[in-house]
Design a protein around this ligand. Structure first.
Ligand code: HEM
Ligand code: HEM
Length: 189
């Protein structure tokens, strides 16, 4: 089944969920490791280029996912779930979507406004242009520092929300014993 139904996720939503989840969890670890390396080393520069290239892939996949989401139906949560849990799930998913966009966009904005002016070369193939960056935040260096701080803090917020999300999925499986986790694993659940 390709598309979602009222009770199940389709193969497109499931594939996008797990591909993006794997890339983002990897990128959070990669980013935190990468910033501990000595700067201005050729090997560090290559790792930054790789981080940026994977980040652009994530941005494209997230755009596709949001398009798919708004043109599809979302399966209903189990009717026995209390209202506050449904609200928490809804708010959690909105935060996840917001963070999926904030991470790559602030990454792109921070390199676009960096006084270093380094290019972003997509997997050594072609250069991705810098975004125009807002002037109202101050000098170029301040603008870049602002987006660098947001990129860093959003990463920690993302880790916290992912942990809560995984905790909720495990609660559905082990405590509520409903099909919420299984239906994100298979479109036949
Ligand atoms: C899924 C998307 C992304 C994730 C999860 C992610 C994650 C991270 C994390 C965790 C850090 C370390 C933050 C810190 O401790 O200061 C980081 C740093 C960085 N990221 Fe990303 N990133 C993403 C996308 C991007 C993109 C698209 C770009 C640029 C085009 C980018 C450029 C950078 C740069 C330049 C740094 C180093 C910032 C510094 O100097 O402190 N990131 N990223
Ligand atoms: C970076 C990591 C992750 C992100 C960004 C993420 C994001 C999301 C989002 C936005 C949804 C809502 C889908 C929709 O209806 O539009 C969702 C659903 C779901 N996620 Fe994740 N997820 C991540 C990791 C995980 C992991 C590791 C698990 C498993 C332990 C998981 C289990 C689930 C389940 C079971 C659902 C279905 C909830 C339902 O049926 O309403 N997710 N995820």
């Amino acid at each position: 089944m390709i598309r979602n139904t009222r009770s199940a996720y389709g193969i497109v939503a499931i594939t996008l969920h797990w591909t993006i989840a794997t890339l983002i969890i990897g990128m959070l670890g990669f980013g935190l490791y990468m910033v501990t390396l000595p700067i201005f080393e050729p090997a560090t520069y290559s790792l930054y280029q790789l981080h940026k290239s994977i980040g652009f892939v994530v941005l494209a996949l997230v755009a596709l996912r949001i398009l798919w989401k708004i043109t599809s139906i979302t399966p209903d949560l189990p009717t026995e779930m209390p209202g506050w849990e449904k609200l928490a799930a809804h708010l959690g998913h909105i935060s996840l979507y917001a963070l999926m966009l904030i991470m790559p966009l602030t990454g792109w904005l921070l390199v676009s406004s960096s006084p270093l002016g380094l290019p972003s070369v997509f997997f050594n193939l072609f250069e991705i242009p810098h975004l125009p960056t807002p002037e109202f935040l101050g000098q170029k260096a301040d603008v870049s520092a602002f987006f660098t701080a947001v990129h860093g803090w959003a990463a920690y917020a993302f880790i916290a929300v992912i942990l809560a999300h995984v905790g909720a999925a495990l609660k559905h499986y082990f405590i509520s014993k409903d099909k919420v986790l299984q239906r994100m694993l298979s479109s036949k659940a």
